[in-house]
Write a protein that binds this ligand. Structure first.
Ligand SMILES: [Zn+2]
Length: 385
């Protein structure tokens, strides 16, 4: 098979080129086209393949076996002819921003903590990066800050293939053992073996943002955004924070304090509500007739309140009690059994009669009724209890 000349290795900004069609064969997805040279980067090393056009044909995918690059097109191209290739530039530029940013961040994590990059994939919406060792939030924040300093320093990105003697005495990061000529990429103080297309200066990365970090296998799985993607992630996050800030009457930067105050307030309200519902339960129990099963309407009580009322009344009267209030998609109920009795058959009948759902233990059941009103449930309970 022929060796395709890789134009993207010498000029990663080449968007338009001409080449000779060496072969064109039908393949399941269209046609497999081999050119003498190409600017289309094939899928590899975590970076997606380029798309674009070859003459009138659309390039749907690009693959390589290491030597020959094959373009999958939707139309056949005559063998032996000269064809013009055009790349879809926006996705390629995005891939170069993510890829070059990854070099800088991986290099920084390696330099600061000895972390190896053991996984890389340009996904949507973020880039996935796996590290060989666990890292703390503070370590990641420090690496992110230093990587962005390297971006702002706007130094050249250098790609080259050193001779064997030079390579032998050169330190570089690599995911695997390599033999033969090795293409090295220097970016922001890092040196790494890589075949992909990169930006020409670190400044073009714009910004590097670690979006999230989780423990994964022996290290961390990072979601990272660079360039335009980082800008969008930060702009969207800021808009969301501002909108939350308006609801909380707090500026961005003080949201955590505001939410903490809200949570403390909510916990206090829950305590007060529980205390009031206990008072309500005691009042219902005091008003109930001993030995007489009953149904009580407790407008305003929540599920917990209904439970407290039903149990308090049953304990006081030594008879079953059904507590009802608006709730769920209709009425919420709580059923407490007379001591030693099983209330579950009553619960089942209630659910069947009023399109309800719920259940529980012999002494207590709880649920909601979709198709019910107070009067009908009272009548039903009087009959069944
Ligand atoms: Zn690279």
């Amino acid at each position: 098979m022929p060796v395709t000349e890789k134009l993207f290795e010498t000029d990663s900004y080449l968007q338009r080129f001409t080449a000779r069609v060496l072969s064109c064969t039908p393949v399941p997805q269209g046609y497999g086209v081999v050119l003498d040279r190409t600017a289309f980067f094939p899928e590899g090393g975590g970076q997606p393949c380029d798309t674009g056009r070859l003459g009138e044909a659309r390039v749907l995918a690009v693959h390589t076996d290491g030597l020959t690059i094959t373009h999958t097109t939707d139309k056949p191209l005559p063998e032996g002819t000269e064809v013009e290739g055009t790349l879809d530039w926006a996705p390629r530029l995005d891939a170069m921003q993510q890829h070059t940013g990854e070099h800088i961040l991986s290099g920084t994590l390696h330099r600061l903590y000895g972390a190896e990059n053991v996984g890389f994939h340009i996904g949507t919406p973020y880039v996935r990066m796996d590290t060989s060792i666990p890292l703390t939030e503070a370590q990641l924040a420090e690496a992110e800050a230093q990587a962005n300093e390297a971006v702002r320093a706007d130094t050249p990105v250098h790609c080259y293939i050193p001779d064997a003697e030079t390579l032998a005495v050169t330190q570089y990061r690599s995911k695997k053992e390599l033999d033969g000529p090795v293409r090295l990429v220097e970016a922001g103080g890092d040196r790494c073996a890589c075949c992909g297309p990169h930006l020409s200066r670190t400044g073009e990365v714009g910004i590097i943002k670690i979006i999230s970090a989780q423990h994964y296998k022996n290290g961390m799985r990072l979601a990272v955004a660079c360039g335009q993607r980082a800008y969008e992630a930060i702009a969207n996050g800021w808009a969301d924070a501002e909108s939350a800030g308006r609801l909380l009457s707090a500026p961005v930067g003080k949201l955590t304090d505001a939410v903490t105050r809200l949570q403390t307030g909510e916990a206090q309200l829950k305590q007060r509500l529980a205390a009031l519902q206990n008072v309500l339960a005691a009042a219902y129990a005091a008003a109930a007739t001993p030995g007489q099963p009953c149904t009580v309407w407790a407008e305003g009580a929540d599920g917990d309140g209904l439970r407290r009322i039903a149990l308090a009344v049953a304990a006081e009267t030594h008879a079953a009690c059904c507590a009802l209030a608006p709730g769920g998609q209709g009425l919420a109920y709580a059923l407490a059994a007379a001591p030693g009795e099983d209330i579950r058959p009553v619960c089942k009948a209630l659910n069947e009669t009023f399109a309800g759902r719920g259940g529980g233990k012999p002494a207590f059941c709880q649920g909601s009724l979709r198709d019910a009103d107070e009067a009908r449930v009272r009548a039903f309970m009087t009959e069944i209890l």
